[in-house]
Ligand binder design. Structure first.
Ligand SMILES: Nc1ncnc2c1ncn2[C@@H]1O[C@H](COP(=O)(O)OP(=O)(O)O)[C@@H](O)[C@H]1O
Ligand SMILES: [Mg+2]
Length: 244
Protein backbone atom coordinates (compact mmCIF):
# COMPACT_ATOMS: atom_id res chain seq x y z
CA UNK A 1 0.00 0.00 0.00
CA UNK A 2 1.38 3.44 -0.85
CA UNK A 3 2.00 5.89 1.99
CA UNK A 4 -0.86 8.23 2.72
CA UNK A 5 1.37 11.18 1.85
CA UNK A 6 4.63 10.83 -0.07
CA UNK A 7 7.04 13.74 -0.34
CA UNK A 8 9.89 13.41 -2.84
CA UNK A 9 12.64 15.93 -3.48
CA UNK A 10 10.29 18.72 -2.51
CA UNK A 11 11.70 22.22 -2.86
CA UNK A 12 9.75 25.47 -2.70
CA UNK A 13 11.29 28.80 -3.56
CA UNK A 14 9.76 32.24 -3.15
CA UNK A 15 12.12 34.30 -5.29
CA UNK A 16 15.58 33.77 -3.85
CA UNK A 17 14.22 32.36 -0.60
CA UNK A 18 14.16 28.58 -0.26
CA UNK A 19 11.24 27.90 2.08
CA UNK A 20 11.54 24.10 1.72
CA UNK A 21 14.78 22.38 0.75
CA UNK A 22 14.71 18.97 -0.89
CA UNK A 23 12.40 17.22 1.57
CA UNK A 24 11.98 13.46 1.36
CA UNK A 25 9.63 11.65 3.70
CA UNK A 26 6.42 9.72 3.85
CA UNK A 27 3.49 9.94 6.20
CA UNK A 28 1.71 6.69 7.01
CA UNK A 29 -2.07 6.41 7.33
CA UNK A 30 -3.77 6.46 10.70
CA UNK A 31 -1.36 8.62 12.69
CA UNK A 32 -1.22 12.02 14.29
CA UNK A 33 1.73 13.64 12.57
CA UNK A 34 3.18 16.73 14.23
CA UNK A 35 4.88 19.35 12.12
CA UNK A 36 6.98 21.49 14.41
CA UNK A 37 9.38 24.34 14.00
CA UNK A 38 9.72 28.04 14.74
CA UNK A 39 8.02 30.75 12.71
CA UNK A 40 9.29 30.78 9.16
CA UNK A 41 10.49 27.18 9.19
CA UNK A 42 8.14 26.20 6.34
CA UNK A 43 5.20 24.53 8.12
CA UNK A 44 2.44 26.46 6.36
CA UNK A 45 4.20 26.17 3.01
CA UNK A 46 4.39 22.38 3.38
CA UNK A 47 0.73 22.10 4.41
CA UNK A 48 -0.39 24.29 1.51
CA UNK A 49 1.61 22.19 -0.96
CA UNK A 50 0.09 18.96 0.42
CA UNK A 51 -3.38 20.54 0.01
CA UNK A 52 -2.58 21.45 -3.59
CA UNK A 53 -2.92 25.18 -2.95
CA UNK A 54 0.73 25.88 -3.77
CA UNK A 55 2.87 24.20 -6.44
CA UNK A 56 6.36 22.92 -5.61
CA UNK A 57 9.35 24.52 -7.36
CA UNK A 58 10.65 20.99 -7.83
CA UNK A 59 9.83 17.53 -6.55
CA UNK A 60 6.36 16.25 -5.81
CA UNK A 61 3.77 15.28 -3.25
CA UNK A 62 1.54 12.24 -3.61
CA UNK A 63 -1.58 11.27 -1.68
CA UNK A 64 -2.32 7.53 -1.77
CA UNK A 65 0.10 7.29 -4.66
CA UNK A 66 -1.44 10.04 -6.82
CA UNK A 67 0.44 13.22 -7.60
CA UNK A 68 -1.09 16.35 -6.06
CA UNK A 69 -3.18 18.16 -7.24
CA UNK A 70 -5.85 15.77 -8.53
CA UNK A 71 -9.60 16.43 -8.66
CA UNK A 72 -10.84 13.84 -6.15
CA UNK A 73 -8.47 15.00 -3.45
CA UNK A 74 -10.99 17.52 -2.13
CA UNK A 75 -13.05 14.59 -0.83
CA UNK A 76 -10.02 13.12 0.91
CA UNK A 77 -8.66 16.12 2.74
CA UNK A 78 -9.88 18.66 5.22
CA UNK A 79 -7.88 21.83 5.79
CA UNK A 80 -8.02 24.27 8.67
CA UNK A 81 -5.93 27.29 7.67
CA UNK A 82 -3.77 29.22 10.10
CA UNK A 83 -5.94 32.31 9.69
CA UNK A 84 -9.65 31.72 10.08
CA UNK A 85 -11.74 31.70 6.94
CA UNK A 86 -15.19 32.10 8.45
CA UNK A 87 -17.97 34.48 7.47
CA UNK A 88 -18.34 36.88 10.36
CA UNK A 89 -21.85 38.05 9.45
CA UNK A 90 -23.21 34.51 9.22
CA UNK A 91 -24.24 32.36 12.17
CA UNK A 92 -22.35 29.27 13.27
CA UNK A 93 -24.83 27.02 11.51
CA UNK A 94 -24.94 29.15 8.36
CA UNK A 95 -21.16 28.90 8.06
CA UNK A 96 -21.42 25.13 8.36
CA UNK A 97 -24.15 25.00 5.69
CA UNK A 98 -22.00 27.09 3.39
CA UNK A 99 -18.89 24.91 3.80
CA UNK A 100 -20.96 21.71 3.57
CA UNK A 101 -22.25 22.88 0.18
CA UNK A 102 -18.70 23.60 -0.96
CA UNK A 103 -17.75 20.03 -0.07
CA UNK A 104 -20.69 18.76 -2.11
CA UNK A 105 -22.79 17.49 0.80
CA UNK A 106 -26.53 17.41 0.17
CA UNK A 107 -29.88 16.55 1.72
CA UNK A 108 -30.16 14.53 4.95
CA UNK A 109 -26.45 13.69 5.00
CA UNK A 110 -25.61 17.39 5.00
CA UNK A 111 -27.94 18.08 7.95
CA UNK A 112 -26.66 15.04 9.80
CA UNK A 113 -22.98 15.96 9.41
CA UNK A 114 -23.64 19.53 10.54
CA UNK A 115 -25.27 18.20 13.72
CA UNK A 116 -22.40 15.76 14.26
CA UNK A 117 -19.64 18.34 13.95
CA UNK A 118 -21.60 20.79 16.13
CA UNK A 119 -21.72 18.07 18.76
CA UNK A 120 -18.08 17.20 18.42
CA UNK A 121 -16.83 20.76 18.98
CA UNK A 122 -19.59 21.49 21.51
CA UNK A 123 -21.14 24.41 19.70
CA UNK A 124 -24.73 23.20 19.55
CA UNK A 125 -26.02 25.81 21.98
CA UNK A 126 -24.36 28.55 19.99
CA UNK A 127 -25.48 27.40 16.55
CA UNK A 128 -27.54 30.58 16.01
CA UNK A 129 -24.85 33.02 17.18
CA UNK A 130 -23.28 35.22 14.55
CA UNK A 131 -19.54 34.51 14.27
CA UNK A 132 -18.65 38.17 14.88
CA UNK A 133 -19.98 37.71 18.45
CA UNK A 134 -17.85 34.64 19.18
CA UNK A 135 -14.53 34.62 21.05
CA UNK A 136 -11.36 33.57 19.25
CA UNK A 137 -11.46 30.14 20.86
CA UNK A 138 -15.03 29.47 19.73
CA UNK A 139 -14.12 30.55 16.21
CA UNK A 140 -11.22 28.07 16.23
CA UNK A 141 -13.70 25.37 17.23
CA UNK A 142 -15.99 26.35 14.37
CA UNK A 143 -13.08 26.38 11.88
CA UNK A 144 -12.18 22.87 12.97
CA UNK A 145 -15.83 21.80 12.57
CA UNK A 146 -15.89 23.22 9.02
CA UNK A 147 -12.81 21.19 8.04
CA UNK A 148 -14.47 17.99 9.29
CA UNK A 149 -17.85 18.21 7.55
CA UNK A 150 -17.09 15.77 4.73
CA UNK A 151 -15.38 13.23 7.06
CA UNK A 152 -11.97 13.60 5.41
CA UNK A 153 -9.48 10.78 5.60
CA UNK A 154 -6.63 13.27 5.97
CA UNK A 155 -6.95 16.37 8.08
CA UNK A 156 -4.44 19.21 7.80
CA UNK A 157 -4.52 21.62 10.71
CA UNK A 158 -2.27 24.65 10.61
CA UNK A 159 -1.51 25.81 14.16
CA UNK A 160 -5.05 25.09 15.35
CA UNK A 161 -4.22 25.78 18.99
CA UNK A 162 -2.41 29.10 18.67
CA UNK A 163 -3.71 31.77 21.01
CA UNK A 164 -6.28 29.59 22.74
CA UNK A 165 -6.42 28.97 26.48
CA UNK A 166 -4.98 25.79 28.03
CA UNK A 167 -8.42 24.33 28.75
CA UNK A 168 -9.48 24.61 25.14
CA UNK A 169 -6.12 23.30 23.93
CA UNK A 170 -6.77 20.29 26.09
CA UNK A 171 -10.20 19.71 24.59
CA UNK A 172 -8.83 20.20 21.06
CA UNK A 173 -6.37 17.40 21.70
CA UNK A 174 -9.30 15.35 22.92
CA UNK A 175 -11.04 15.91 19.55
CA UNK A 176 -7.86 15.00 17.67
CA UNK A 177 -7.42 11.70 19.52
CA UNK A 178 -11.09 10.94 18.99
CA UNK A 179 -10.71 11.54 15.23
CA UNK A 180 -7.47 9.56 15.01
CA UNK A 181 -9.09 6.61 16.79
CA UNK A 182 -11.83 6.75 14.17
CA UNK A 183 -9.18 6.32 11.45
CA UNK A 184 -8.52 9.92 10.38
CA UNK A 185 -4.89 10.83 9.77
CA UNK A 186 -4.02 14.23 11.12
CA UNK A 187 -1.15 16.48 10.14
CA UNK A 188 -0.96 19.24 12.70
CA UNK A 189 1.51 22.07 12.77
CA UNK A 190 2.42 23.68 16.03
CA UNK A 191 5.22 25.57 17.63
CA UNK A 192 4.33 24.15 21.03
CA UNK A 193 6.73 21.28 21.55
CA UNK A 194 4.69 19.84 24.40
CA UNK A 195 1.89 19.34 21.88
CA UNK A 196 4.23 17.62 19.46
CA UNK A 197 5.00 15.06 22.14
CA UNK A 198 1.35 13.92 21.94
CA UNK A 199 1.79 12.99 18.26
CA UNK A 200 2.64 9.53 17.04
CA UNK A 201 5.25 10.91 14.65
CA UNK A 202 7.00 14.24 14.57
CA UNK A 203 8.79 16.16 11.85
CA UNK A 204 11.01 18.93 13.13
CA UNK A 205 11.69 21.61 10.54
CA UNK A 206 14.14 24.44 10.65
CA UNK A 207 14.81 26.77 7.77
CA UNK A 208 12.91 24.43 5.44
CA UNK A 209 15.09 21.41 6.26
CA UNK A 210 14.44 18.29 8.30
CA UNK A 211 16.06 18.43 11.71
CA UNK A 212 14.46 15.23 12.98
CA UNK A 213 11.80 12.75 11.99
CA UNK A 214 10.43 9.95 14.12
CA UNK A 215 8.30 9.18 17.11
CA UNK A 216 8.79 11.52 20.10
CA UNK A 217 10.51 8.63 21.93
CA UNK A 218 12.90 8.06 19.02
CA UNK A 219 13.83 11.74 18.85
CA UNK A 220 14.43 11.84 22.60
CA UNK A 221 16.61 8.75 22.55
CA UNK A 222 18.57 9.96 19.49
CA UNK A 223 19.34 13.25 21.21
CA UNK A 224 19.63 11.92 24.75
CA UNK A 225 17.32 14.68 25.96
CA UNK A 226 14.36 14.53 28.33
CA UNK A 227 11.89 16.58 26.32
CA UNK A 228 11.31 17.69 22.74
CA UNK A 229 12.09 21.32 23.45
CA UNK A 230 15.61 20.47 24.59
CA UNK A 231 15.94 17.97 21.74
CA UNK A 232 15.00 20.69 19.26
CA UNK A 233 17.54 23.14 20.72
CA UNK A 234 20.28 20.54 20.62
CA UNK A 235 19.53 19.58 17.01
CA UNK A 236 19.30 23.26 16.00
CA UNK A 237 22.70 23.98 17.45
CA UNK A 238 24.13 20.95 15.68
CA UNK A 239 22.66 22.15 12.37
CA UNK A 240 24.18 25.60 12.85
CA UNK A 241 27.64 24.28 13.65
CA UNK A 242 27.65 21.61 10.99
CA UNK A 243 28.31 22.07 7.26
CA UNK A 244 25.60 23.60 5.04
N1 LIG B 1 3.82 33.70 -0.51
C1 LIG B 1 5.04 33.91 -0.03
N2 LIG B 1 5.88 34.77 -0.64
C2 LIG B 1 7.15 34.96 -0.20
N3 LIG B 1 7.66 34.34 0.87
C3 LIG B 1 6.87 33.48 1.52
C4 LIG B 1 5.51 33.22 1.13
N4 LIG B 1 4.99 32.30 1.97
C5 LIG B 1 5.95 32.00 2.86
N5 LIG B 1 7.08 32.71 2.61
C6 LIG B 1 8.35 32.62 3.36
O1 LIG B 1 8.70 31.25 3.43
C7 LIG B 1 9.23 30.91 4.71
C8 LIG B 1 8.38 29.84 5.36
O2 LIG B 1 7.12 30.39 5.70
P1 LIG B 1 5.95 29.55 6.33
O3 LIG B 1 5.77 28.32 5.55
O4 LIG B 1 4.78 30.46 6.46
O5 LIG B 1 6.55 29.18 7.75
P2 LIG B 1 5.80 28.77 9.12
O6 LIG B 1 4.41 28.37 8.79
O7 LIG B 1 6.64 27.65 9.65
O8 LIG B 1 5.85 29.97 10.01
C9 LIG B 1 9.27 32.22 5.48
O9 LIG B 1 10.56 32.78 5.36
C10 LIG B 1 8.21 33.07 4.79
O10 LIG B 1 8.49 34.44 4.93
MG1 LIG C 1 2.58 29.03 9.49
Amino acid sequence: MPALVGIEGLTKKFGPLEALKDLNLSIPAGVTFGLVGPNGSGKTTLIRIICGLLRPSSGKVTILGKTVPFPEMRHLIGYMPQLESLYLDLTVEENLFFFASLYGLKGPRKKQRIQEVLDLVELKERRNFRVEHLSGGLRQRLSLACSLLHSPQLLLLDEPTVGIDPELRFSFWGYFSHLAKGGTSIIISTHYLDEASRCKKVLMLRGGKILALGSPEEILSQTGEGNLERAFLKLSRGAQDGPG
